[in-house]
Structure formats: structure tokens, C-alpha cells
Design a protein around this ligand. Structure first.
Ligand code: NAD
Length: 371
């Protein structure tokens, strides 16, 4: 049993401490075994200091199929998994609008939480999650995986060392095929926040990490304009408190996953592109549609870096190490909530056509004063 109870509070579950975890594996439940949860569960199953105890999904056959492949006990009930006193940590990979309730339930059971990005659908939900995790004394990390890409880690070192001097402009882009063809909940902007909360939040979190707080947001996008039910696109301009200007693009209208960043500073320019970084490009010849309306349709290329440790593996291994050592997590709930507030400001600006301006304390300035 991982919990130890103080005499003053016998009924309250106590999260596993580094001492508890020093000589044994960390026992995990994965909640949501779809695209991302399945990926994380396979990674956890491959880690030597982890035991995959539970796989939770309301689609029980999905959890059962994954359990047959990698182990763990499948269930459709979070409550059943979280009631297991031997369980130490929960990895949440549910649809975004369900992150809050699952995180709070896990924390109230004394389980440490790794939650996929974005932390929640609204900043208020994010703040509630942070407060409950703090109150319960559990470690809470959010999966802003770009902070674990080696190129961005190195870029941060270069920037922190002042090698580019004062930063003037940043251009960052992320494109993907539309995900609602795989998981329909992505089509509902109220549940998932469209391409801004799914993709652009990666850039927003990374740019906040690299350049500090955002002061002003202005954006155009398609999330509230159903030009095409399965496409979404947003371009946003972010003014940082430092004075730097960020031009950020996110798209669910491309066939290929692609990311890039360009940072222009006083002493030079730094650039990264996922396509140029790839050491292996796989170009399928199966699936070409010669008779597609408007011309030939060619399947997407895959850009791979087999020599680089996968960032999704690295971020969860970091979380496991933090549980075992007590060191702070790289992306805590507060940071993730700040990124979410900027992402929601992008959505607000798209909807209203007006800029959103943040006060120094992170609150939004009244609309009339924004212009
Ligand atoms: N970090 C990244 O690179 C990355 C990539 C993709 C997705 N994500 C995030 O991961 C999360 C999940 O996305 P996904 O693509 O895996 O979605 P998905 O639709 O593929 O999977 C969601 C799973 O949750 C299950 N589920 C739904 N409601 C449930 C409930 N009440 N109880 C238990 N299970 C339930 C579904 O049956 C499904 O298996 C999202 O928040 C998304 O933003 C992150």
C-alpha cells in the first residue's frame, strides 16, 4: 500500500512520497485509451520503473484490446481504478472538456496526475484543478510536450544565455490533418476549443516558456465560421510584455504534420523546421487517388527522426523521475493555465474581431479599453 495515514487525518488518502517510491515501480492508471492515451500507455509499459496497473475507457473493448497487448487491468470506471490504494499516479488522456473532473477525482483519491494538454477547456477549470491538486498535495503536470523537443530545449539555452540578444519577432507554425475524422468530439469548439486549443496551444505554451508573458492578442480564424465542417485554421499575433511580436499559425487543413519556428533577435536568427530536421522521410505510393475532384490526391509524407528519443516518452519519464525524487515538474498546472488563458483570448479575438489585452496580473482588461 502506497498511502501512509497521519493520526490527525485518518480518512484522507495520502499521495505516494519519493521515499515510498524509491525502491519500487510507480503504479499508473491511464484514463482514456484512444489516440494519445494508447500512445502513452505503450510508453509507460516500456519503462522499467513503472507498473501499468489500470487502463480506463468508457469504450471497454478498446481498453481490453490494449490490455491484451501491453498488460494492465481494463475497466470502464475511473472510480474503480482510483479506489485502488496501491495506485500512485494517473495519466489522463480524455477529451479536453473531461480533464477537469477526472483530475479532481484522481487528486481527491491522493493520486499524482499527469494530464494531457490543454489543461482544460476554460482557465477557470484549470485554476480549480490546480487548487484541488495543491490542497491534496499531489504532483500535477500537464503534457506540453514541445518543451521536451531537443531543438526547443537547446533554443531556450541559447536565448537564456542572451546569444540572440533582445528578441524582436517570432514566427511559429503547426499544421495537421483534421482530427475530427478520427474523433468526432474534436469538431465541437465548445468541447475542445478547435485548432487553437488543440494545436496552437503548443506554440503558445512554448513561446511563453521562451519569451515570457503575453500582453496583447489579435487573431483571425475559422473556428466560428463553418466554411468547411472538417477544417479549421487560425493566425494570431501575440505581443509579449518584453516587446517581442509573435506571428503564430495553426491549421487543421493540411495533409501533413509540420512545425516550424523562426526567432529574430538583435544578434541573429534561429530557425527550426520539423521537415528539415527529419532524417527519414517515408513517402507512400499506395493510396494515390488519380481521379480525385480537382486533380490527383497524394497521401501525406511522414517525416521521422529515428535517432532522437521520442518527446512523448521523455516527458512522462520526466514526470516519473519527479515523483521518485521530489524535483519540480517542468510544466505545472499554473503554467498550463496561463497558456490556456492566452489560447482562449485568441478564440475570443477571433469571435469578436477585437484585440484582447492582459493586465500584468494576468486578468483581461475591459473590452472598451482594449482598442
Ligand atoms: N500532446 C500531444 O501531442 C497530443 C496529441 C493528441 C491529443 N492530445 C490530447 O489528448 C487528449 C485526448 O485526445 P485523443 O486524440 O487521444 O482523443 P481520442 O478521442 O482518440 O481518445 C479519447 C478516449 O477517451 C475515452 N473516453 C471518453 N469519455 C470517457 C469517459 N468519461 N471515461 C473514460 N474514457 C472516456 C474515449 O472512449 C476515447 O478512447 C486531448 O486533450 C488532446 O488535446 C495531445
Amino acid at each position: 500500500m502506497s498511502a501512509t495515514h497521519s493520526s490527525s487525518d485518518l480518512s484522507r488518502p495520502h499521495p505516494a512520497t519519493p521515499d515510498d517510491l524509491r525502491d519500487r515501480p510507480v503504479r499508473f492508471a491511464v484514463v482514456g485509451t484512444g489516440g494519445m492515451g494508447g500512445h502513452h500507455a505503450r510508453n509507460l509499459a516500456a519503462m522499467p520503473d513503472v507498473e501499468l496497473s489500470w487502463l480506463v475507457d468508457i469504450d471497454l473493448p478498446r481498453a481490453q484490446a490494449l490490455a491484451a497487448e501491453i498488460g494492465g487491468t481494463p475497466t470502464a470506471s475511473m472510480e474503480e481504478a482510483f479506489a485502488d490504494e496501491a495506485l500512485d499516479a494517473v495519466l489522463i488522456a480524455l477529451p479536453t472538456f473531461l480533464h477537469k473532473d477526472a483530475t479532481i477525482l484522481a487528486a481527491q483519491h491522493g493520486k499524482h496526475v499527469f494530464c494531457e494538454k490543454p489543461i482544460a477547456r476554460t482557465a477557470e477549470d484549470g485554476e480549480a484543478m490546480v487548487a484541488v491538486c495543491q490542497e491534496a498535495g499531489v504532483t500535477f503536470m500537464v503534457g506540453h510536450v514541445v518543451r521536451f523537443y531537443p531543438e526547443y530545449e537547446r533554443l531556450k539555452e541559447i536565448l537564456d544565455a542572451g546569444k540572440l540578444g533582445r528578441i524582436a519577432t517570432i514566427r511559429a507554425s503547426r499544421t495537421n490533418p483534421p482530427v475530427m475524422e478520427r474523433s468526432p468530439w474534436f469538431a465541437d469548439v465548445e468541447k475542445n476549443g478547435g485548432v487553437v486549443l488543440d494545436l496552437m496551444i503548443h506554440e503558445i505554451d512554448t513561446l511563453r516558456w521562451l519569451f515570457g508573458d503575453v500582453e496583447r492578442v489579435f487573431a483571425h480564424g475559422l473556428s466560428y465560421l463553418p466554411i468547411h465542417e472538417k477544417r479549421d485554421y487560425t493566425m494570431a499575433s501575440l505581443r509579449f510584455r518584453s516587446g517581442a511580436i509573435g506571428h503564430v499559425e495553426a491549421s487543421w487543413a493540411h495533409s501533413t504534420h509540420r512545425t516550424s519556428i523562426e526567432v529574430a533577435g538583435q544578434y541573429g536568427l534561429a530557425t527550426y523546421s520539423s521537415e528539415q530536421a527529419a532524417t527519414l522521410v517515408v513517402e507512400p505510393t499506395e493510396g494515390i487517388d488519380w481521379n480525385a475532384p480537382g486533380g490527383i490526391r497524394v497521401p501525406a509524407r511522414h517525416y521521422l527522426r529515428p535517432g532522437v528519443e521520442a518527446p512523448h516518452f521523455k516527458e512522462v519519464r520526466h514526470f516519473v523521475r519527479c515523483l521518485k525524487t521530489g524535483e519540480p515538474v517542468r510544466v505545472d498546472g499554473l503554467e498550463a493555465t496561463k497558456a490556456l488563458a492566452v489560447a482562449n483570448a485568441v478564440l475570443d479575438s477571433m469571435r469578436t474581431g477585437a484585440p484582447v489585452v492582459f493586465n500584468e496580473d494576468g486578468t483581461v482588461r475591459a473590452a472598451a479599453a482594449n482598442a
